[in-house]
Design a protein around this ligand. Structure first.
Ligand code: AKG
Ligand code: FE2
Length: 286
């Protein structure tokens, strides 16, 4: 077995205890992050071009790569959806998905694992100011992703996340609860579908049992999240969208995944309930 190289023994231990770990300066800003920010700047321009909108933006700068985006969606929210779908196809983003260090970190945290990249489990979130529709309520990653129980989310911001931008919230230690029952529809939000409609059963009771952290991070930082750790989007009350990347890895050698054949969830066209009927709490709903 290889020795732990990218994470210290203390970091490995912290992750095991907390189910979440912040690694500052994990990525190389110039080589890894800047090309993605440049790609987003370009694709915002391409969406403007597609719709015949004048592009009055300043030349690209990493700090303001998303200039014009908030104004654009304020005029027409659908254009935000176009940008969202486009940016996950930026070559530099896909290159970072397969970064060897992701695999190395996975092996350091999941000894003797066979790491896999969760197909359809990567993307760039754009959490817009004062928007509720796509905000993630308290959840564990597993029901929305499946693949294997012991997966990891690699989460990394493309902007400096201030309190105003609504940092992601975590319940450290909650991964020890194991996979929790969920409702597959949300009566309060009937317009939500698929993974967006999943709601944790007894959400408030469960969350109240844990302390909460909401680390402030910036470009280059990495947050590693256990597939079973409770976490939720913050509320963006700022002036700018909170842009962040998600890469999800799983383990081909975990018993539950081996049993169901590393199936994906909603994004892979799979009805999660067919695979885990025991985790569906819908019978409680009227
Ligand atoms: O960035 C967010 O608001 C939520 C992130 C999340 O749930 C995830 O990366 O799995
Ligand atoms: Fe999540």
């Amino acid at each position: 077995m290889q020795e732990s190289r990218l994470l210290s023994t203390a970091q490995v231990e912290e992750f095991r205890e907390q189910g979440v770990l912040v690694v500052q300066g994990f990525y190389d800003l110039e080589a890894d992050i800047l090309p993605i920010q440049r790609g987003i700047h370009q694709l915002i321009g391409q969406v403007m071009k597609r719709h015949g909108l004048p592009d009055r933006r300043a030349p690209f700068r990493p700090e303001s790569f998303d200039e014009g985006y908030v104004e654009m969606i304020r005029a027409n929210r659908a254009l935000g959806g176009e940008v969202y779908d486009a940016v996950k196809q930026i070559p530099a983003f896909i290159r970072l998905l397969g970064l060897p260090q992701h695999e190395d970190v996975f092996r350091e945290l999941r000894k003797n694992s066979i790491p896999g990249i969760a197909a359809g489990g990567y993307g760039i979130r754009i959490d817009n100011p004062n928007e509720e529709k796509f905000r993630a309520p308290w959840h564990q990653e597993y029901p929305a992703q499946l693949r294997s129980l012991d997966g990891l989310v690699f989460w990394s911001p493309l902007v400096s996340v201030t309190e105003a931008l609504g940092p992601v919230r975590f319940c450290p230690g909650s991964h020890r609860l194991g996979p929790l029952p969920v409702y597959t529809r949300d009566p309060e939000n009937p317009d939500k579908a698929g993974a967006y409609a999943l709601r944790l059963k007894d959400e408030q009771k469960l969350v109240a049992r844990y302390p909460q952290i909401a680390p402030l991070t910036g470009p280059g930082d990495l947050v590693i999240i256990d597939f079973l750790t409770l976490h939720a989007s913050g509320h963006n009350r700022g002036e700018r969208s909170r842009w962040s990347m998600q890469f999800r890895y799983f383990n081909f050698d975990e018993p539950c995944g081996l049993r169901h054949g590393w199936r994906g969830s909603y994004a892979a066209g799979v009805d999660f309930v067919k695979i885990h009927p025991e985790l569906c709490a819908d019978e409680d709903l009227s």
